[in-house]
Design a protein around this ligand. Structure first.
Ligand code: BEZ
Length: 211
């Protein structure tokens, strides 16, 4: 059955471009982003991997480990990384899983046979320090992902893990937030003594509490 939010991210061992890993052990106490790309030596994937490498300091700052995957093997990934360095102006600075036998792709339901029966789609899984799946996004092979959006969601996930708030449409770190629907006004008075704005009884906004 397909993975759903709140499920435990399946554990696995795999060869990567940075050596063998045991996934949960490799994650440790960090957040994780596991993402698949359909195939090595392909143009959209080349741009994505270069961009993720440039974002590495942003992921590090958020205590997030990033790991890529495709159904090609590690030797192929390593050869391709030379091209990525040459064309994208950055070395690939995170591990890439070689999944030629599709073990991990199948565990995470990354092959959608009605789209392509051998290659992975562009899956993104964000995994919390509790090893639970916090976000799943799936893009078709023809559409490169927006990894700034992945960072934006991670900011929301990390904030809402610590405070009883939710983030509104197009929210960005630093914008006002919404008091969680399950929080009564009485509880909100304790949680947010600095106060809030009641737009409607169910829509209460306040400045981001950790700012
Ligand atoms: C690409 O990365 O450009 C790509 C890979 C597989 C199918 C289509 C596009």
């Amino acid at each position: 059955m397909a993975l759903r939010l709140g499920d435990t991210a399946p554990d696995f061992t795999a060869d990567t471009t940075q050596g063998p890993i045991h996934f949960h052990q490799w994650l440790g106490d960090s957040w994780g982003v596991l993402f698949s790309h359909p195939k090595d030596f392909t143009p959209v994937c080349t741009t994505e991997l270069g961009y993720v490498a440039k974002l590495k300091p942003e992921f590090d700052q958020r205590n997030v480990k990033v790991i890529g995957l495709s159904v090609d093997d590690v030797d192929s990934h390593l050869r391709w990384e030379g091209d990525i360095g040459e064309t994208q102006g950055t070395e690939v600075n995170f591990p890439m899983i070689g999944d030629a036998d599709r073990t991990v792709s199948n565990l995470y339901d990354m092959i959608h046979p009605n789209a392509n029966d051998t290659l992975t789609v562009r899956s993104v899984f964000v995994i919390g320090p509790d090893k639970k799946v916090k976000l799943i996004i799936t893009y078709p092979a023809s559409t490169g992902r927006n990894f700034d959006e992945i960072l934006r969601v991670i900011d929301s996930l990390q904030l809402t893990a610590s405070y009883k708030v939710a983030t509104p449409v197009n929210w960005r770190d630093g914008d006002d937030v919404i008091i969680g629907a399950a929080v009564s006004d009485d509880e909100a008075t304790t949680l947010f003594p600095q106060g809030w704005t009641t737009v409607k009884p169910y829509l209460r906004t306040l400045p981001q509490p950790n700012r």
